[in-house]
Design a binder for this molecule. Structure first.
Ligand SMILES: Nc1ncnc2c1ncn2[C@@H]1O[C@H](COP(=O)(O)OP(=O)(O)O)[C@@H](O)[C@H]1O
Ligand SMILES: Cc1ncc(COP(=O)(O)O)c(C=O)c1O
Ligand SMILES: [Mg+2]
Length: 290
C-alpha cells in the first residue's frame, strides 16, 4: 500500500472562518495528506475583518515543537514543510532552523514558502524586515515559492509591464534557489479583464494558466493559503509540478464557485470538499517562454 505523506504546516490559525492553516489543513487532508498543523498565531478571525482577538506564538516555540516531534522519533517521517504568514523575521528564522532539523532527519523533505505580504490596499502588509528575510534567506532554502503579483513586485522592486515581464520576474526569483516558482495570481498591463491567471516557472520550462474570473462583493481571504497548500499536497502525492499546478487551479476554482453560490465571505471548504478532491473543471497549463 502506498504510504500517506506527512506535511508540517506552519501558519496562522483562525477560530472562526478560513485563513492560513484554517484554509489549508482540511483541503490538504481531504486530498490525502497527513497534516501536522503548527499555528503561528491563534486569532478569533482573519485580519480583514479589521478587528480580532488572540495571540502570536513566540518564535522560540517553533523549534521547541519540532524538537518535541524529534523526541518521539517521528521527525524523519516529515515529507514537507509549508510556511505562510510570518509575524517577524525572527519567526521566519525559527522556521528555517526547524527546516534544517527536518532536512537532517529526512534529506528528501521539501519546503514550500508562501511569502505572504498581505494586500497593502486592504490595509494589511508586513514589516520590511520580513520581505527582506523572504527574499534573502527563505528563497535560498525553499524548494518552492508561491508569491502573488504583489509579492513578486515587492521582490523585484517594480511592477511588470507585460506577461513576459512577469515571467522574467518569476525567473529572477527562481535564480535565487527554488526549484519552482508558482505565481498564484498574475496582474500586468493588458491582462484580459475576464480571466484569473497564474504562472508556474521551473528550470525545465514555464507554464501559464487562465481560469474565469469570478465576481465577489468582497474578495474572499485564504485563497492564497489554499492554493499553496493544495499544490504542495499534490506534489507529495506524486503529481508532476504541471499536474499539481493544474489540479490546484481547478480545486481552488471549485471552492470559489461554491463560495460565490452561497454568497459567503468565508471560503466554503466543507461544502466544496468532494470537488476539492475531484474537481469537475479542468484548466490546461500552456507552455510559455521569453
Ligand atoms: N477565479 C477567481 N475569480 C475572482 N477572484 C479570484 C479568483 N481566484 C482568486 N481570486 C481572488 O484573487 C485574490 C488574490 O488571490 P492570490 O493572490 O492568489 O492569493 P492571496 O489570497 O494570497 O492574496 C484573492 O482575493 C482571491 O479571492
Ligand atoms: C490570520 C491571517 N492569516 C493569513 C492570511 C492570508 O490570507 P490570504 O491567503 O488571503 O493571503 C490572512 C489575511 O488576512 C490572515 O488574516
Ligand atoms: Mg496570500
Amino acid at each position: 500500500m502506498k504510504r500517506t505523506p506527512h506535511l508540517l504546516a506552519i501558519q496562522s490559525h483562525v477560530v472562526f472562518g478560513h485563513a492560513g492553516n484554517s484554509a489549508a489543513v482540511f483541503p490538504m487532508q481531504r486530498v490525502g495528506v497527513n497534516v501536522w498543523p503548527l499555528n503561528t498565531v491563534q486569532f478569533s478571525n482573519h485580519t480583514q475583518y479589521g478587528q480580532w482577538a488572540g495571540e502570536v506564538l513566540a518564535p522560540h516555540r517553533i523549534p521547541e515543537l519540532v524538537e518535541g516531534i524529534a523526541a518521539i522519533g517521528e521527525l524523519g517521517n516529515c515529507d514537507a514543510v509549508l510556511s505562510g504568514y510570518l509575524g517577524s523575521a525572527a519567526q521566519g528564522r525559527a522556521i528555517l532552523s526547524g527546516i534544517e532539523r527536518i532536512k537532517a532527519a529526512n534529506p528528501k523533505a521539501l519546503y514550500l514558502c508562501d511569502p505572504v505580504m498581505g494586500h497593502p490596499e486592504k490595509g494589511c502588509s508586513v514589516p520590511a524586515e520580513v520581505s527582506d528575510f523572504l527574499l534573502d534567506e527563505a528563497a535560498a532554502v525553499a524548494d518552492f515559492m508561491c508569491p502573488n503579483q504583489l509579492e513578486l513586485d515587492s521582490f523585484s522592486g517594480r511592477k511588470p509591464q507585460s506577461l513576459f515581464d512577469c515571467l522574467a520576474m518569476a525567473r529572477a526569483l527562481l535564480a535565487r534557489g527554488p526549484k519552482a516558482v508558482l505565481v498564484k495570481h498574475l496582474d500586468y498591463p493588458g491582462k484580459p479583464a475576464d480571466g484569473f491567471e497564474m504562472l508556474l516557472v521551473t528550470a525545465e520550462g514555464s507554464w501559464h494558466l487562465r481560469r474565469p474570473l469570478l465576481a465577489f462583493p468582497r474578495q474572499p481571504v485564504g485563497v492564497g493559503d489554499l492554493t499553496s497548500g493544495l499544490f504542495l499536497a499534490r506534489v507529495l502525492l506524486g503529481d508532476s509540478l504541471v499536474a499539481a499546478f493544474e489540479f490546484t487551479a481547478a480545486a481552488v476554482h471549485e471552492v470559489l464557485l461554491e463560495t460565490q453560490a452561497c454568497a459567503s465571505y468565508e471560503l466554503q471548504l466543507v461544502r466544496a470538499q468532494d470537488r476539492i478532491a475531484h474537481p469537475r473543471v479542468k484548466f490546461e497549463a500552456t507552455p510559455i517562454s521569453l
